[in-house]
Design a protein around this ligand. Structure first.
Ligand code: MG
Length: 346
């Protein structure tokens, strides 16, 4: 332990903020125009580590619950600010759940420790730096808006389409009238009949769809396993997997998992999940919520370890508070600045 890293003059602070979306975003369970977040700062020795909790309303956390959790954290009790495992395991034990709140501190600490060490986070984990193609997500919408969004996604190699409405076939046909790009489909638990789902999966295969995300309700492991065993395209878990401890119960029912920092409690556990998923022969997607470039840049540090990258949350918002990694050209690559490689926009 370096004496200079002893944690005495350290200050954790936070403030709630509302992200405004460029377009209303509709999935099978709801529609929204804003996303609440809590932005976190950890100040230490003249440096600031930035973090973020993104709180889409279908998950259980709120700005109030995040702030209440953060108020329980006392970083001055830890001996070494660079010992992320020790600090994050202590924070995890403060109370169950609160995954996005925990992620906000994990992200801010990674940013800070990268700045202390003078290296980007991806180097802290010996992760290769590679440019990865991100998908661009299109919500459920009218044909006119779908077409407009396809134009916005012009530079992207992959399109992620939200399904689970009564118009699933029409949505795919509308998109196929305008582009032959490979598609991911995300059903957000919106299907409920496995035979119908299998027929549709066979049809989707003929439409160059590369994967189906979360076809059935997360608790329906049996029908998901049935579909996965017959589907010509991979079936990926999103709502069914949050943390490392969820992998054992879903590993036979899915072909892969969508890891998001807001579910995994941050970078450290997401890294462990990727490694465990590989041991289990599962594919890995790295996804996001609607987030600023803070949390997106955090996820981008891990992006070269994934099979598929879906990190477009920061380009769906009007009022980003950070600049860092962006996927405006359709690709994601961490930069070489220390920590997350971000700067706050004043
Ligand atoms: Mg999803």
């Amino acid at each position: 332990m370096s004496a200079s890293n002893i944690v005495k003059n350290i200050k954790l602070s936070w403030y709630p903020f509302t992200l405004e979306l460029k377009h209303p975003f509709t999935i099978s369970v709801n529609s929204r125009t804003t996303t609440p977040v809590v932005l976190v700062e950890i100040k230490y020795e003249g440096m600031i580590g930035y973090g973020e909790a993104s709180l889409p309303p279908y998950l259980s956390e709120t700005q109030e619950s995040v702030q209440s959790f953060l108020s329980k954290i006392d970083l001055s009790v830890y001996d070494d600010i660079t010992n992320l495992s020790s600090i994050l395991s202590g924070i995890d034990k403060l109370s169950p759940g609160n995954n996005a709140a925990k992620a906000s501190v994990d992200i801010a600490l990674h940013d800070l420790v990268g700045k202390i060490k003078g290296i980007p986070v991806y180097q802290m984990y010996d992760i290769p730096k590679l440019e990865m193609s991100s998908s661009f997500t299109i919500g459920i919408d009218s044909p006119e808006i779908l077409i407009q969004k396809l134009h916005e996604a012009d530079k992207f190699k992959y399109i992620k389409v939200k399904l689970g409405s009564h118009n699933d076939k029409k949505i795919i046909e509308t998109i196929r009238d305008h582009t032959s790009k490979p598609l991911f489909v995300d059903v957000n638990q919106g299907w409920n009949n496995r035979e119908v789902a299998l027929d549709f999966a066979l049809w989707l295969k003929s439409k160059n769809v590369l994967l189906i995300e979360q076809p059935f309700i997360a608790s329906n492991i049996n029908d998901t396993r049935w579909l996965k065993e017959r589907s010509p395209i991979p079936v990926i878990a999103d709502e069914a997997v949050r943390r490392l401890s969820d992998l054992d119960k879903i590993k036979d029912a899915y072909s892969g998992i969508n890891i998001k920092l807001m579910k995994s409690t941050g970078i450290l556990e997401a890294f462990k999940m990727i490694n465990r998923a590989r041991e289990m022969n599962l594919n890995v997607m790295l996804g996001c919520m609607t987030e600023t470039s803070c949390a997106i840049s955090a996820a981008a540090q891990l992006s070269s370890l994934a099979d598929w990258v879906d990190l477009d949350g920061n380009i769906l918002i009007k009022n980003d508070r950070f600049c860092g990694v962006n996927s405006l050209n359709g690709n994601v690559i961490p930069n070489d600045l220390p920590g997350l490689g971000i700067q706050k926009i004043i």
